[in-house]
Design a protein around this ligand. Structure first.
Ligand SMILES: [Zn+2]
Ligand SMILES: [Zn+2]
Length: 344
């Protein structure tokens, strides 16, 4: 079953080898296999993980590869056996693209840790294209409250942000919101700041020393204090989340934490963490990492976002400018999130 008038080919931005710019290509339209949907893309966010894939910092991408895992579009065709979607529905595709459903992780609500998992824009083709296919079970219906470009950052920056904020809560005091430090104030932090303020956290934003634009942005998003990542905040932190891929921030953040405080490392890749004295971890401080998302996280967060309401700040570029978007992200020349748009 497929919609009429689908084109035979599509534009895509292709990674042929890590470390090389993406190349604009014309490729045959992918076909939705059984259980999959074909999506006509409207927008795709540009995430730091895309940079790690393109720069070769994550091992074994499936090459050649269409990157992108914050993909938003409309259902253009349904593969056999797909129910629950109709042609034209607005949907989003996140990083988690497929899991085995059988392993101990999958069967215990921790499918994000499945060792067989496949990932959109890494081991499956993603959203830097006019069309993509996705396993229908891993596709989220999207609220009409958001435009396509504004919704795109919700799918990774928002979702990972949501999971990292959940992890910042002390499970022994689940309703307690105290002082929260955010290290790196980009796409994820600007969404988390809104969720955290909604939950009553006080916000302290740490940015690259001297980055005035990032400090101003963090203030607008509700931070009561902003400073360089080497500075000591005016209050000890109950929790801190690190979004920058910089291992040296781990001991810096531990030093800013109150006893019992939780430190969450939200990225998929980080430079090596320097050694540090046990004294800054002792007194029940703890360090956690966040590994992508579960579908339950997605459903919770995407229901919550329009109620907060989370408002995303995006800079849009046409699909063909994917390399420019990646370069701006690499150099920190962005406010909020970069989003590629596919145009008519
Ligand atoms: Zn599994
Ligand atoms: Zn991402």
């Amino acid at each position: 079953m497929s919609a009429p008038a689908l084109p035979a080919t599509m534009r895509a931005m292709l990674l042929e080898a890590p470390g090389r710019p993406l190349r604009r290509v014309e490729r045959p339209l992918p076909r939705a296999a059984s259980g999959e949907v074909l999506i006509r893309l409207e927008a795709c966010g540009v995430c730091r993980t895309d940079l790690h894939v393109v720069d070769g910092e994550l091992p074994d991408p499936t090459l050649p590869l269409v990157p992108g895992h914050e993909a938003v579009g409309r259902i253009a065709a349904l593969g056999d056996g797909v129910t629950g979607f109709r042609l034209g529905d607005r949907v989003g595709v996140p990083w988690l693209g497929w899991t085995c459903g059988q392993c101990t992780y999958c069967r215990s609500g921790r499918e994000n840790l499945c060792e067989q998992a496949r990932f959109t824009g890494y081991t499956r083709d993603g959203g830097y294209a006019e069309y993509m296919v996705a396993d229908a079970r891993f596709v989220f219906p999207l609220s009409q409250d958001y435009g396509a470009a504004e919704a795109a950052p919700l799918l990774c920056a928002g979702l990972i942000g949501y999971r990292s904020l959940k992890m910042a809560h002390d499970p022994q005091r689940p309703d307690a919101a105290g002082a929260l430090g955010l290290y790196g104030f980009g796409a994820a932090a600007h969404i988390v700041a809104q969720l955290a303020r909604h939950q009553g956290w006080r916000l302290f934003a740490f940015v690259k020393p001297g980055d005035r634009a990032a400090m101003d942005f963090a203030r607008v998003m509700g931070a009561e204090w902003t400073g360089g990542s080497d500075e000591t905040p005016p209050a000890a932190l109950d929790a801190a989340i690190i979004y920058a891929p910089v291992g040296a921030l781990v001991p810096a953040a531990l030093r800013a934490l109150a006893p019992g405080g939780r430190l969450v490392c939200a990225g998929i890749h980080m430079s090596d963490i320097p050694s540090f004295p046990y004294d800054i971890l002792w007194r029940e401080r703890s360090i956690h990492s966040v590994a992508n998302l579960t579908r339950a996280d997605g459903e919770e967060f995407l229901a919550l976002a329009p109620r907060v309401p989370v408002v995303t700040t995006v800079e849009t570029l046409p699909l063909e400018q994917a390399n420019e978007a990646l370069a701006r992200l690499r150099d920190g020349r962005l406010t909020g999130a970069a989003v590629l748009t596919m145009g008519p």
